[in-house]
Design a protein around this ligand. Structure first.
Ligand SMILES: [Zn+2]
Length: 246
């Protein structure tokens, strides 16, 4: 890495640091996720601060420092105003970026992941009247975001056959095995005591399994989740994220 380098950066979040500085977490196409020091960003009239607002894309200059690398300059190129002016969008995008920051390790470049996150933000920012965004839409998009992100990070799922016996999954009492990232059939579940063994299983309904298979197959256009199924999917995502971060 050069001592100074320019890059595009999606601003994920920031926090105050020391008296007048801020630590800004950004995602870049060339260097992955970086934690950068923004000197004096807490001071009134800071030139940097307005260009390092979370949920924005900025062109920044990264300067190698002794402790943290720091932001030499920043110019915002995309403010995603439609997200910021809609509390509902703001809430769900904030949640998504928090999940992203927690799961994506520092300094691992992945340009495909950068393009994906960028496209996701532009999609939510879209203000076309045929793209309403209510609370249900937000929950669905956040669930889809978590599911896809996990798969892009290498945590794909096995939903056709059982992770233990490899038999095709039949309708009935199936569970998702968090440690192996796939479905466990009913006969394999009864052969082990999930409580005593502490195997992290989440039971899944047949309808939820069907929808998740469609999603993995890329058919999301005509998918409609009932509130009950959406809740089931959200719960599975929460359990998977917890398991991966434990
Ligand atoms: Zn089995």
């Amino acid at each position: 890495m050069e001592a100074t380098y320019p890059t595009n950066a999606i601003i994920l979040n920031r926090r105050d640091y020391r008296e007048a500085d801020r630590l800004v977490s950004v995602y870049t196409p060339e260097f992955g996720r970086l934690n950068l020091l923004a000197r004096g960003a807490c001071k009134w009239g800071s030139k940097l601060a307005p260009h390092l607002e979370p949920i924005s894309i900025s062109k920044i200059l990264v300067v190698k420092g002794k402790g943290f690398d720091y932001v030499g300059s920043a110019i915002m190129s995309e403010a995603f105003l439609s997200i910021k002016q809609d509390l509902n969008k703001l809430y769900f995008v904030g949640q998504a970026l928090a999940i992203f920051s927690r799961l994506v390790r520092e300094a691992e470049a992945d340009e495909e992941l950068y393009r994906w996150l960028e496209k996701w933000l532009y999609n939510i920012d879209d203000t076309s009247p045929n793209l309403p965004f209510d609370k249900e839409d937000g929950r669905f998009r956040l669930a889809l975001f978590s599911w896809r992100l996990l798969s892009l990070l290498g945590y794909g799922t096995q939903l056709q056959t059982c992770v233990t016996c490899d038999e095709n999954i039949k309708a009935g009492k199936n569970s998702f095995d968090l440690s192996r990232g796939g479905l466990l059939c009913s006969s394999c579940q009864t052969s082990m005591d999930i409580n005593v063994m502490g195997n992290p299983l989440v039971s899944l309904s047949d309808n939820c399994i069907k929808l998740l298979r469609l999603i993995d197959g890329g058919e999301i256009k005509n998918i409609k989740f009932s509130p009950k199924l959406l809740k089931e999917w959200e719960n599975l995502n929460i359990q998977r994220l917890r398991w991966l971060q434990a």
